[in-house]
Design a protein around this ligand. Sequence first.
Ligand SMILES: NC(=O)c1ccc[n+]([C@@H]2O[C@H](COP(=O)([O-])OP(=O)(O)OC[C@H]3O[C@@H](n4cnc5c(N)ncnc54)[C@H](OP(=O)(O)O)[C@@H]3O)[C@@H](O)[C@H]2O)c1
Length: 259
Amino acid sequence: MGKLLVLGGTGDAIKFVQTLTQQCPQLDITTSLAGRTSKPKNLIGNVRIGGFGGVNGLVNYLLQNSIDYLIDITHPCAGQISHNAFLACQITKVPHLIFCRPQWHRQEGDQWIEVANLEQVPQAIPHSAKRIFITTGRQNLTPFVGLTNLWFLIRSVDLPEQTIANSKVILDRGPFSLAKEIELLKEYQIDTIVTKNSGGDATYAKFAARELQLPVIMVQRPPLPAAEIVTTLEEAIQTVLSYLGIREGDLQNHLVSLK
Ligand SMILES: NC(=O)c1ccc[n+]([C@@H]2O[C@H](COP(=O)([O-])OP(=O)(O)OC[C@H]3O[C@@H](n4cnc5c(N)ncnc54)[C@H](OP(=O)(O)O)[C@@H]3O)[C@@H](O)[C@H]2O)c1
């Protein structure tokens, strides 16, 4: 036993696979990506790319590839794949775990306007806003298409799928330093930021917004399925290892016996 499917697309998934591979090189780990980024970075081990074809497609994949364990380390805002994975694992009885990093919470000095989803963003933009910084990803620009009275700075890893009038696109991949974020906001005279509640420790525009006292439209995460959830990578690794019957102290012995 030891065939793992990791649903990835995040830096956390990469770290998880790197750490687990180091600790337990015999495990057969495959990372699955949706294929949204043209040049995914730092991936190790087996990688498969592209959708499965809904719940049924994932059920078939799990069965055909004799997957023993599925761990979902997709982005907290990727709601569809997490629900598909939950259902597919229920159907196939493949053990399933979600890693979900804790969300950010509003702190003193934050001027957050919280919305449930991207579609609600246009109504939440303050009347005084003129120059908006969008960091919600290149596939999430539809709500901004008709807003011709505003100017947008759009940051994404790859070129956006849609063209927005009155905008500039910068291609970049985080994490970003606080100093650079402040510099960027000042350079483009940004007065409002749109971001998702991704969580994690990385420095993003929301910290710079706090420094500059700018409003942030914070898009909330979709609800998670009623699955087993861990919030740290250490817990995720321990949970997988303990399911496979591998205790940390016995790691080497166990590995010898697996050979
Ligand atoms: N949403 C974000 O803000 C965000 C930010 C950073 C990274 N990402 C990453 O980008 C990917 C797509 O995000 P999304 O918001 O479009 O997700 P989503 O709405 O939950 O997923 C849409 C469809 O994309 C396919 N898919 C998603 N993740 C996959 C994976 N890891 N492996 C194989 N297929 C996958 C599935 O297609 P089928 O139904 O055909 O299987 C899924 O139904 C995710 O893997 C996520 O980790 C998302």
